[in-house]
Each structure stands twice: as C-alpha cells, then as structure tokens.
Ligand binder design. Structure first.
Ligand SMILES: [Zn+2]
Length: 314
C-alpha cells in the first residue's frame, strides 16, 4: 500500500472540495426530501433515529477525513451499525446516497485523473487509467470502499473512503475490512515500511544460463500489520511474475558502473544538446522512477527501486 497524497496535500483537499460541492449540488434536494420521508415513516424506532441523526450529518460525512470516518463508525454511529446487517436497511441507504450513480459521473473521472496516479496504491503492480475518447470519459479503475459499504453504507460516498485501485486488489479485498488501525492510503506513508528483495542473495548468484529461473521474490515487512495485507493481496505471489525484471536490474547493475554512467551522460549531451543529471540518468537506466515520491506514477516502481538498491544499481 502506497500513500496517495503524500506530495500534494493541498491538491487533495481541493479535490475533496470539488467532489463534495458537485455531489451535494446534484443530490441535496433529493436526499433531504427522502430522509424527511423516512423520519416520518419510521418515527422513533431505531432506523428512524438513525435518519434523524443522518439528516444533520450526511454533508459532514461526505468530506470527513480518514480519522473522522473512523470516529463516526466507531463512536457516533456505532449503535446503528447492526441495523445495516439487514439487507433492506442497507439497500435503502445505499440507494439514497446513490454510489452507483456517483461512480458513473464525469466528475469522478476528473478527480481520479487529477490525482495524477497511474498505478494501483494497494499493489503498485497494475495500472490505473483515466482517459478520454471523442465521446466518453473512461475510468480504467475500480473504487474501493476502504471501510466496506456492506458494513457502513453511510460512508459509501465519502470522498476519503473511495480509493482508486485495480480490479485484482478489489477482488482480493472484496467486502472485508482492514484490521483496526491499519494504514490508510490518503493518510499514511507505508513505502518505507516494507521492501521487496530477491530471496536468493542476488549478488552471489552464479551467472550461468539458468540463474533467472532461480529467482524468487520476497516482501520484507517491518511492521506487524503489513504481512497480513501482503498475504491477503497475495503480493509475493503476484510479484513472482516479475523475476525477469529483477534479473534485468541485476544485469544492468553489472553493466552500468560509474564510468559507464559518465560516458552515457556525455553521450546524452551530444545527442540532445542538454545536460542530464545523475537522478534522471538513473531513471533512464532503470526504466522507471527512482524516488519514493514518484512510486504511484508508474507500475512496479516500488519493486524496481527496492531491487535496484539491493543490487547497487541505485
Ligand atoms: Zn492493485
């Protein structure tokens, strides 16, 4: 899991503002009218009491930050959570908030595009695309409800509960909830809490023709919670598909020594008539971004950075 708004918290609160204003403008009248009809219909039974409270809170919930969402589900709304184990109650609230309608609106496309991420923040392996054809805006991503909508339907359209992720991760997470106090991709920096490496000590591998077949990927976790996440998302198994990339990085580490890099910098200047700094030269050699802040700009950056550091290419 990689943090999404690490480098641009201002942009993020702006995106949240835009989302909330558009959502409220489109839905306010309908939602308020329906809530009033439910209050009337249910009176003082528990679901009626829920709607009395929700009438005052729903606009706050749309824009609540991750820590406030936790507070809502664990304190303010804790006594109502059981209500939504009943399918009828759950469906009624989901229909009221209209997540399915939201998912199809153009402004969700615009927001995901403006987030500037091109790789899934959960696995970092699969791409996330927002693009336009002549007639349509396409969103090649799924939106995960970090706090599942099947348990907390009142959080189903909250901005900070919607995480653009790939379908692989969405299938694995499903309707389940992360462990308590788990990382939230809009809030926590996790990239430095785990690293990928090759199980066999790559530096000591014999460079015979079969060495590529002997590579196996492992995730080293420095916390108690990430291993559960990696296991659930089958991260090690997924990245075992990229042993060829690890092998290429290892091979590059043998070829691109300091002298070779200097030669290439000179060549670059000749060809493009401009200087290239060490950092950009490393990007060119690795074939991916080399800084932690850029991990979500291209798939498998985290993996490639870790392996490159492991073998001394970075
Ligand atoms: Zn993913």
């Amino acid at each position: 899991m990689i943090q999404i708004d690490k480098n641009n918290p201002i942009l993020f609160s702006d995106l949240c503002d835009r989302y909330c204003k558009r959502y409220i403008k489109l839905n306010e009248k309908k939602i308020d009218k329906k809530i009033q009809s439910y209050i009337k219909k249910y009176g003082n039974i528990k679901i009626g009491k829920f709607y009395q409270k929700f009438a005052l809170d729903w606009k706050i919930l749309i824009q609540a930050k991750p820590k406030d969402l936790i507070n809502f589900k664990e304190n303010n709304y804790n006594k109502f959570n059981l209500l939504f184990k009943v399918k009828k109650n759950r469906k009624q609230l989901l229909d009221l908030l209209g997540y399915e309608r939201v998912r199809k609106t153009k402004f969700v496309y615009e927001i995901v595009k403006d987030m500037g991420i091109k790789a899934c923040p959960y696995c970092n392996a699969h791409p996330i695309h927002a693009y336009k054809t002549q007639t349509k805006s396409r969103l090649q991503t799924q939106l995960d409800h970090y706090f599942p909508k099947s348990i907390y339907p009142y959080l189903s359209v909250s901005f900070y509960n919607l995480i653009p992720i790939c379908s692989y991760c969405n299938n694995r997470k499903g309707d389940q909830e992360f462990p308590p106090k788990f990382y939230h991709p809009y809030r926590d920096n996790v990239a430095n809490k785990f690293r990928f490496r090759v199980v066999n000590n790559i530096k000591k591998l014999h460079l015979d023709k079969d060495y590529r077949q002997n590579l196996k990927i492992k995730v080293d976790d420095y916390t108690n919670t990430i291993p559960q996440f990696s296991k659930k998302m089958e991260i090690e198994e997924l990245y075992d598909n990229y042993t060829d990339v690890a092998a290429e990085i290892f091979e590059k580490s043998k070829i691109y020594n300091k002298t070779k890099k200097l030669e290439l910098q000179k060549l670059f200047k000749q060809v493009f008539n401009k200087k290239i700094n060490d950092q950009d030269m490393n990007v060119l050699i690795l074939g991916n971004f080399v800084e932690e802040k850029d991990i979500l700009k291209r798939p498998i950056s985290k993996f490639m950075q870790d392996i490159a550091k492991d073998v001394g290419l970075l």
